[in-house]
Design a protein around this ligand. Structure first.
Ligand code: DQA
Length: 140
């Protein structure tokens, strides 16, 4: 089974960025524990700060992976094109947000991704990625 994790803009700064909201662990530090927990599946990881690169990666893995865990970060709230990409691919997408986007500024309550995703997880920190993979594995 193949799962692709895709992180959007500024998530390369996890561990350094607004640590009161996003915590002190970088994704590179977190990823090995995920890979260890799900040793029986292949997990790929891609991060970009560029909207078009995220879309290209969604299209690339969208017909070969069994599931995608996507944190579109700030593009969640602005990108019709990322929503369209999710609608156009085969693999189910679980939307993950580290923070509780509904407990923050109003503009974070709008997601162009949620309606196209299999489901969404927010506010559970990095644990959300693990729960998303568990869902994708159990629904294979
Ligand atoms: C985020 C929430 C977004 O609103 C924000 O722009 C991010 C991260 C999260 O993981 O909580 O960059 O997606």
């Amino acid at each position: 089974m193949k799962i692709a994790i895709i992180n959007g803009p500024n998530l390369n700064l996890l561990g350094k960025r607004e640590t009161g909201i996003y915590g002190t662990m970088s994704f590179e530090e977190f990823l090995p524990s995920l890979k260890k927990k799900f040793a029986h599946i292949t997990i790929s990881y891609f991060q970009s700060n560029i909207e078009g690169e995220l879309i290209t990666e969604l299209q690339r893995v969208g017909f070969e992976a069994d599931g995608i865990v996507l944190n579109p970060a700030g593009y969640t709230h602005t990108s019709v094109a990322i929503g369209d990409a999710i609608a156009g691919i085969k693999a189910p997408v679980v939307e993950v947000h580290i923070s509780n986007v509904h407990a923050r500024e109003d503009f974070r309550k709008l997601s162009h991704v949620s309606a196209k995703a299999a489901g969404s997880i927010f506010g559970l920190g990095l644990k959300g990625y693990e729960l998303a993979i568990e869902y994708l594995v159990s629904n294979k």
